[in-house]
Write a protein that binds this ligand. Sequence first.
Ligand code: ZN
Length: 342
Amino acid sequence: MIAESITTLNPAHREAWDAGRVADPENLGDGLWSVPLELPGDRMPGSYAYVIDGADGVHIIDPGWNSDANMGRIVDLLTGLGRAVDEVSTVVVTHHHPDHLGLAERLRSASGAHVILSAVERRVIDAAVSVGARDDVSYRDVLDRWEVPVDRQAELIAAFTAPSLIEYVMPDAEVADGDVLVLGGRRLTVIATPGHTSGHICLADRERRMIFTGDHVLPRIHSGAGLGILVGDDPLGDLLASLERLAEFDDCQVLPGHEFRFTGLGQRRAQIAAHHLRRTRVVASLSNELGDASVWEWSKHLPWTAGWANLRGFRLHSALRQTEMHRDLVRSGRAEKWLSRG
Ligand SMILES: [Zn+2]
């Protein structure tokens, strides 16, 4: 177990998070504000929008879940700054999940703002619109591929058809790795960080040594890999590579999509990689014995916190999905370089 080694930069936001409260916005200087937002349901208490109040307009990174209360929080902040919602000119979003992209459409209709996403996330949304993310016919194919017994399929299909993770907002502009957005005098470099979703991006302010990490790196939560469709052949391998990708920003202040801002990115990157690689190591050690066994069979041999026999519904789905990702990472040969390091 690696000791907690990050530094919490706003203890009040951390306390509010732990108590399930939505904290007040925080002034981060040079026109940058973090705005805590609510997130309904019991998964997590909230998310952060980051608002840049610039001479060239107002720019918002990850506007958060679409609710009246969240819209009110953003409008209140802008009013306090002497700005109006129709001055929002840019909404840039790290990935397509509704706790980040949710309010984008409402802000665009209120202001004519440009919504910016990575080109890959746009393809994810396109695909979701055309095939239907909740298409349980194609999910049945997945369950057959995993060789899930027929009497266990119904609970998985029920869990899968629960509210979708896709938010159908089409961007006005697309960005790719290396592009630079100049917003409120800040030069934000787009860093492609596939893994959590296939088109996830971080935004790095190299001059100020700050990085907006969305769900790629959070201070305590493991946000997981391969959440969505069009996840690529090896989302876990992509995630591990994307963690390494941020090495040049280890000295930066981290502005994440959830929890609280912090420093200690290098330690946190190592913790997240080690967390995933623990299971990869188990899979690698069983690969001679289990070989081409089905995902269902593989999953029975792996350690699960709740115990394999107790996994139901979404947690069973998640276990099977993780099993497949770790098995594929080992099979691809990509796991070796990470496992050999320690
Ligand atoms: Zn999120």
